[in-house]
Write a protein that binds this ligand. Structure first.
Ligand code: KG4
Ligand code: ZN
Length: 358
């Protein structure tokens, strides 16, 4: 079984071909450079760039895979959540191919793409505990099967990646901020500044990064002659220290809640063996190390996709599309792209806003 997947929900135009032997036959990722000057993704620019490149990317990917379009069994596209202009470009391309080739179309939830990647890269089996940390989302979930999730906690304000990006912006480190903060943090003293752990004792598994970001802002402002963050000048070592302290505290915030989630997971899913991290922030080596140690302490196997499959890519969409297709989950050609699309929308609502009480 061979599936083509198309990703265009944010600022990567990407495609991949995978098969049911967990082989990646071909893949292409184009990271749009157009947004660098703006310190964040500009939706209209993203949509136009997707439109300009999508045909080439698909053609190149099929060529790399050595697969003819008519040999595909299904065509999948990320159909949300994401920037609607970009999502529409990918979905239209996939539908056009499906129609022309008379093949099934599979609408993939971008988050499900991230969530299932470790099944392709590490052969993880259901159920598993997942920390999903990207630029737009930050959730702790139990992945029970395709389209079957229990959400244990979520951020009540910023996503983890968003916090990395906002801190990087305040420090003038460019976009995306996560990789730059990680790099700067390498030479920093992670104990120099004490930062808060919002919602630490909230009793549920929800997360919050807004207070942490504000605390970092206050430190940066103290380096400014007029108290404005944009005029702050930090000596190189101080900059590294701020990055290291932020990275450490953000990681601790995730670990505090994840540890509670592990206890819940072990009680309610005793057959579960794995802790998985996914999404762009899962590329962070410091976080991966901390998660690996946590998993070991609770006798869980830790799985993280290779770094290049943590940030947005076509492989994750092709694989999730393949898993859906295998279960007979195909979509009509009038499927509407969805800017919002919670992973657990079909799950029975747990008590309280944040799901599970710790
Ligand atoms: O999954 P992704 O590519 O796009 C979304 O679906 O949001 O995630 C992008 C996010 C950005 O916020 C970026 O700063 C963050 O992932 N990121 C990182 C690292 N690499 C990417 N955050 C921390 N450390 C990294 N090494
Ligand atoms: Zn993503």
């Amino acid at each position: 079984m061979i599936v083509l997947g198309i990703e265009s929900s944010c600022d990567e135009t990407a495609a991949a071909v995978v098969n049911d032997q967990r082989e990646i036959l071909g893949e292409t990722v184009l990271s749009q450079e157009e947004h660098k000057a703006y310190g964040g993704v500009v939706p209209e620019i993203a949509a136009r760039a997707h439109l300009e490149h999508i045909d080439d990317i698909i053609e190149k990917t099929l060529k790399k895979a050595g697969v003819k379009p008519e040999e595909l069994d299904a065509i999948a596209a990320a159909a949300g959540p994401g920037l609607i202009g970009g999502v529409t470009v990918g979905v239209m391309a996939a539908k056009a191919l499906a129609l022309a080739l008379n093949k099934p179309f599979v609408a993939v939830n971008h988050l499900e793409g991230h969530a299932l990647t470790a099944r392709l890269t590490a052969g993880v089996s259901y159920p598993y505990l997942l920390l999903l940390v990207s630029g737009g989302h930050c959730q702790i979930l139990v992945v029970k099967g395709v389209g079957d999730y229990e959400r244990l906690g979520t951020t009540i304000d910023d996503a983890a990646g968003e916090a990395f990006d906002k801190v990087a912006k305040m420090l003038n480190l460019g976009y995306p901020g996560g990789p730059m903060i990680e790099k700067m943090a390498e030479t920093g003293n992670e104990n120099r500044f004490s930062l808060p752990h919002p919602l630490q004792g909230s009793g549920d598994l929800n997360l919050s990064f807004s207070g942490l970001k504000t605390a970092v802002r206050k430190i940066i402002e103290s380096y400014s002659p007029d108290g404005k963050v944009e005029h702050a000048i930090l000596p190189k070592q101080d900059l590294a220290d701020v990055c290291a302290c932020f990275q450490k505290t953000a990681t601790e915030c995730l670990l505090i809640k994840l540890e509670k989630a592990i206890k819940y997971f072990k009680t309610h899913y005793p057959e579960g063996q794995e802790l998985v991290v996914a999404g762009g922030v899962a590329a962070n080596t410091y976080l991966r190390g901390a998660l690996e140690r946590l998993a070991k302490a609770y006798r869980l196997t830790f799985a993280a996709p290779p770094v290049r499959f943590c940030t947005d890519n076509g492989v994750m969409i092709a694989w999730a599309g393949l898993e859906r297709f295998q279960k007979g989950l195909v979509d009509d050609l009038d499927f509407k792209p969805r800017p919002r699309w919670p992973l657990d929308e079909n799950a029975p609502k747990a008590a309280g806003a944040g799901g599970v009480k710790a």
